[in-house]
Design a protein around this ligand. Structure first.
Ligand SMILES: *Cc1c(COP(=O)(O)O)cnc(C)c1O
Length: 355
């Protein structure tokens, strides 16, 4: 039996997808009840009076090249958040199935599961080993109801990359039983290779990537899910037609043109250098207890007095993300690496905050 036949919700497999209007760009469109004129000042390429492609095929072809996969293995959505949502809806039967998470981690996995009515099981990362994946704890928490195991590497909010061999062992152990979803939102800032290259070896592996972080397109809301063709085909049945707004597709296609891409890559290198500089400066401050090593564009920083640090940052005009009440992240704030000038101002503000 195929993986999808075994694991996906039967009603999703049986679903008749929405029959959208024909997509034949060489014809004049009198079949979709659109307005014949652009709004005054509409400078978009396609014209916002027109519906976008029902599925953003041109965008997906470009993203397939970017990530080095066949376009049949990739689906673009409104952020990788949509990938998380699609997987949860397609694979978890409400009230019966479950997802497994490794906290502390990204909050959307839990929210998507709760909305779907799926149970959330947890196998916490090992804080005393630098928030490493705890394979025994994952194996111990697994039940037959678990359809999706979410792993985030480098992990948000801890910043460390998970051990690739451990992820592969888990994917191997779960073959035919559950999907292992690896969220690589911050991969461009780290040194570990992507697991995209391992998709052929593990048919139950799913990789999420996003343009929100390294590609500076958080406002465009574009992310991708890369997996075996049969998984992508299933998700194409439930992703809303016309879901990707035309301005978003156009922004992504423009940002990925060669000269701009070169600038983006230089900025990634700059952020990595700033991450090292900021980490060193923070670690030297009396109010800081520990800066956790990071392969992402943020630093999980443990403070002797997190409330005071938050207040000092706010006083200088900065918002930081508060994880200080998390069971595994006491006293911790997550600090995004900013521009050199922003980092200087933040360091100055925190220098003045006595513990
Ligand atoms: C920021 C982030 C994303 C990106 O979500 P988008 O919907 O693509 O903006 C995904 N996963 C993690 C862990 C993140 O931190």
């Amino acid at each position: 039996m195929s993986l999808v036949a075994r694991l996906a919700r039967p009603e999703i497999r049986a679903l008749e997808p929405y029959a959208h209007a024909a997509w034949e760009p060489s014809f004049e469109r009198l079949h979709a009840n659109e307005n014949p004129w652009r709004y005054p000042g509409d400078t978009s390429r396609a014209g916002l009076n027109r519906y976008p492609a029902p599925h953003p095929l041109e965008l997906e072809a470009r993203l397939a090249t970017l990530y080095g996969v066949e376009k049949e293995r990739l689906i673009a959505g409104r952020g990788s958040d949509e990938g998380i949502d699609l997987l949860t809806r397609a694979f978890c039967v409400p009230g019966r199935d479950a997802v497994l998470l490794c906290p502390p981690t990204f909050g959307m996995y839990r929210v998507a599961a709760r909305i779907q009515g799926a149970e959330v099981l947890e196998a916490p990362l090992a804080r005393d080993q630098g928030f490493a994946l705890d394979e025994e704890s994952v194996t111990g928490a697994l039940t037959p109801a678990v359809k999706l195991v979410f792993l985030c590497t480098p992990n948000n909010p801890t910043g460390n990359a998970l051990d690739q061999a451990a992820i592969e062992r888990l994917a191997g152990a779960l073959t035919g039983r559950a999907l292992v979803v690896v969220d690589e939102a911050y991969t461009e800032f780290g040194s570990a290779p992507s697991l995209i290259g391992r998709l052929d070896a593990f048919p139950n592996l799913v990789v999420l990537r996003t343009l929100s972080k390294a590609y500076a397109l958080a406002g465009a809301r574009c992310g991708v899910l890369i997996a075996a063709t049969e998984i992508v085909e299933l998700l194409r049945r439930i992703i809303p037609p016309y879901g990707m707004p035309a301005p978003s597709s156009e922004a992504v296609l423009t940002a990925l043109e060669a000269p701009r891409l070169a600038t983006l890559r230089e900025r990634i290198a700059l952020l990595r250098r700033e991450r090292a500089r900021l980490a060193q400066a923070l670690a030297a401050l009396p109010i800081v207890r520990k800066v956790w090593p990071s392969e992402a564009n943020f630093l999980l920083t443990e403070f002797r007095d997190a409330a005071r640090a938050l207040e000092a940052a706010r006083g200088a005009g900065f918002l930081l993300r508060d994880f200080s009440r998390g069971a595994l992240t006491p006293g911790c704030l997550r600090i995004s690496v900013g521009s050199p000038a922003q980092n200087d101002r933040l360091i100055a503000a925190l220098t003045l905050a006595a513990p």
